[in-house]
Design a protein around this ligand. Sequence first.
Ligand SMILES: [Zn+2]
Length: 274
Amino acid sequence: MDNINDLKGEDLNEEEIEEGASRIEEYFDDDTSSEEKVSEELKLLYLLTDIDKKLADIEDEKGDLPDRIDILSENIKRHEDRITENKNTLEIINSEIRKIKKESKSYEEKANKLDEEKYNVRNNKEYDMKTKQIDEYLEVLEKNEKSLKEKDSLKETLEAETINLEKNLEEFNSERNTCIEELNTLNEEFKEEEKEHNEKRNEILKNIDSEIRSLYERINSSYKGEAIAIVRKGNCSGCYNSIPPQRVMEIRMADKIYTCQSCGRILIDETLVD
Ligand SMILES: [Zn+2]
């Protein structure tokens, strides 16, 4: 029992000591400096947002040109593949047609030869045999004729489709070239400005903790240039939702990064940016 009491006594003493220490720490470096560090990073993020807003405006100027170029490129690839496929199939069909025609020609010659021979036969049996053979050849010829008709029709369809595909391909190519030219002009126009912004951006990023940086980049990838929202009169400036008073206080303390529970933007107290 004595031992337990002693232990309890020791625990209490340790808590008291810790409490005292933390009370003291508030007036000294540690806590204050970590607070300042996040405040500094929030201020840097705010500067970053300003640059990203300008970069987003430039992207807006370029509009949907990059997306259109991508979509057109996909279409062009699909058309080219289809045309190649059709041409390969046509080559196969043409070779089959040649083969059938060649076979038919030889069967026709054979049938004609037998037809002449059948008048010079010595007996009925021989005559019947030749007639039967002729019929067999004619049957093949008929079958070949039918097959040629089918292949010709397929060939016609594929050729017509290929012509259409080639026409569309030409239009897509010309549209893509126009888009690329427009985009190049805009890229050239904004090149210097973008370079300046990106240089400033990288300079700022160097001073931001990597975790906060990736959080910011993630949010900025969906809210182009609007990853930061300011807490004004208890509301998020990004989505206008109200923030609980306790959270508003914590955001003002700025000892860590908070994001809006409604829109996900990083929140900064207005006093930090005024
Ligand atoms: Zn919000």
